[in-house]
Write a protein that binds this ligand. Structure first.
Ligand SMILES: C[S@@+](CC[C@H](N)C(=O)[O-])C[C@H]1O[C@@H](n2cnc3c(N)ncnc32)[C@H](O)[C@@H]1O
Length: 331
């Protein structure tokens, strides 16, 4: 009852619907657990097997992953991650009875070496060991977790059944048929994926020397979640102080630690790590001159757009003063 009141107060039609459908005879929340009821932020409703499969598939779970399911219910997400991919996992769940069942099932499934369940509030859980976070919660609970999720290691994948993360746009969203769904009229489920972005806002500077030239690279980045904008400028100073400056706009999405600036027929890739940003300019893709002759696949000359030719990767450091950045060697 207490849980119901909380959802109504939240005024979320979706949440109320979620709750009403959740309290089916088969899934009755044990009211005698009044000591835990005060911490229940989401009722127990299972994700259908097809949804669980899609969540793990979208997160690209592998053997080396550590999956944390926030509000693990009967443990099904953590179990499938271990059984199908050999991934280690932790389920955190506020209801001790559900944890008890999940622990019994762990023994039955002989997954003791891989998975663990804990009676704990999802808000009090240390999420830092996770490489994948899974959740089937509620919109406002997702929003309460958002800042904590954004602090995780860049590249950590977060998948959510049905609910988004407000203005943090998902990197991918799939709608799947879910005929077993006990909630609402629509028999579909949404699965959202986010990849935690590195924090790259600011000015980055680097320089390399090649023969008689100094190549200075500056990047100015504005960042909103994974969305990056700004500019890349490459200044080449040759003998006799000959200077060329190239300025390239940036509007791209960061995926974990990596972003790609597509410029004409060339991709310039930046990888972030603890030491800074490393910039690589790929060889430009050959582009046929369009509109002349019959079949462009048959021997027409290539046209190379104004390519950015970086002779080697450039290491950039965060700095407000690019004038003082010395050349760094990338190994
Ligand atoms: C919608 S169910 C999802 C179960 C499972 N993850 C799945 O997808 O099948 C949400 C679960 O979160 C648990 N829960 C609610 N509030 C919690 C909290 N504060 N901390 C941990 N678990 C919580 C509920 O008991 C319930 O089992």
């Amino acid at each position: 009852m207490l849980t119901e009141v909380r959802f109504v107060i939240r005024g979320l039609a979706s949440a109320t619907l979620f709750l009403c459908a959740a309290i089916t005879p088969a899934q009755t929340v044990d009211q005698s657990q009044s000591n835990t009821q005060r911490d229940v932020d989401v009722p127990f409703v299972v994700s259908a097997p097809s949804v669980v499969r899609t969540m793990l598939e979208m997160a690209k779970v592998q053997k080396q992953d550590f999956v944390i399911d926030l509000g693990s219910g009967d443990g099904r997400i953590v179990f499938l991650a271990a059984q199908k991919y050999g991934a280690r996992g932790l389920g955190v769940e506020i209801d001790p009875k559900l944890v008890e069942t999940a622990v019994e099932d762990t023994q039955k499934l002989k997954l003791g070496g891989l998975v663990n369940f804990r009676v704990q509030s999802l808000f009090e859980t240390d999420l830092s060991p996770a490489t994948v976070i899974t959740m089937y919660l509620l919109p406002d609970v997702n929003l309460q977790l958002r800042d904590k999720l954004l602090q995780l290691k860049p590249g950590t994948r977060v998948v959510s059944h049905d609910w988004d993360m407000g203005d943090w746009q998902a990197d991918e969203m799939r709608v799947i048929q879910n005929p077993e769904k006990s909630l609402g009229l629509e028999k579909t489920s949404k699965v959202f994926l986010w990849v935690v972005p590195a924090r790259l806002a600011g000015r980055w500077c680097g320089q390399i020397h090649k023969e008689n030239e100094a190549i200075t690279v500056n990047i100015d980045i504005e960042q909103r979640y994974q969305e990056l904008s700004g500019s890349l400028s490459i200044t080449t100073t040759g003998a006799g102080s000959n200077k060329t400056v190239r300025k390239i706009p940036i509007r791209t999405n960061l995926v974990g630690n990596r972003f790609v600036i597509s410029h004409g027929n060339q991709d310039i890739t930046a990888d972030a790590d603890d030491a800074g940003l490393t910039l690589f300019a790929d060889a430009p893709r050959p582009t046929h001159i369009a509109g002349i002759g019959a079949n462009p696949l048959h021997g027409l000359p290539f046209l190379f757009f104004n390519a950015v030719l970086l002779p080697e990767p450039v290491r950039l450091k965060r700095s407000s003063d690019c004038m003082n950045v010395k050349a760094a060697t990338v190994r």
